[in-house]
Design a protein around this ligand. Structure first.
Ligand code: QAP
Ligand code: CO
Length: 168
């Protein structure tokens, strides 16, 4: 296993729209394991392949306190079950240090494949529903900062560019 480099806003590679995973192979499972290790090391609760510069439709999440409940979604598709929006203070490993309120549908149904390529569907609410929508946005080249005002987004971009310059 290995930890992978996480792309940070405003890296243009985060705007890539990911392609469907054709077949789930040992290479896919190896990528999933590296993504889980990367997410746990951060630590974070969700990571999409886009964030590690792999432009395939897969993501991992673990909402447990003790890294005991890894979830894998390959080629996820969602359907909104309840149009009512919930507010959540979202963060992102690609936007380190910033948390802002975003509104998203509270209840969704997801259809996806697991690490063995088996199809499943699940109904999610609460943080799981929010996090999954945030991660699927990454696969579509979107970031939570896109939901903020241009002023807030620019402020975040400038601060991150400054830390990135200092690091380089
Ligand atoms: C996405 O985000 C998410 O700023 C997952 O300095 C988060 O794991 C969806 C993290 C909240 C819904 C609600 C962020 C770690 C982790 C940071 C994460 C940071 C270190 C974010
Ligand atoms: Co994110």
């Amino acid at each position: 296993m290995a930890t992978l480099e996480i792309l940070e806003f405003p890296d243009p590679r985060l705007r890539t729209v990911a392609s469907p995973v054709g077949s789930v192979t040992d290479a896919t499972r190896s990528l999933i394991d590296d993504m889980l290790e990367t997410m746990y090391a951060a630590p974070g609760i969700g990571l999409a392949a886009t964030q590690v510069d792999v432009h395939e439709r897969l993501l991992v999440m673990d909402l447990s306190d003790d890294q005991s409940a890894p979830m894998v979604f390959i080629n996820p598709e969602i359907e909104v079950l309840d149009p009512e929006l919930g507010e959540y203070d979202e963060g992102c490993l690609s936007v380190p240090g910033f948390y802002e309120t975003v509104n998203r549908p509270r209840r969704i149904r997801v259809s996806a494949q697991d690490r063995n390529g088996e199809h499943f569907t699940d109904e999610l609410e609460g943080l799981a529903a929010i996090c999954l929508q945030h991660e699927i946005d990454h696969l579509d080249g979107k970031l939570f900062v896109d939901y903020l005002s241009p002023l807030k987004r620019t402020r975040i971009r400038k601060k991150l560019e400054k830390t990135q310059r200092r690091r380089a």
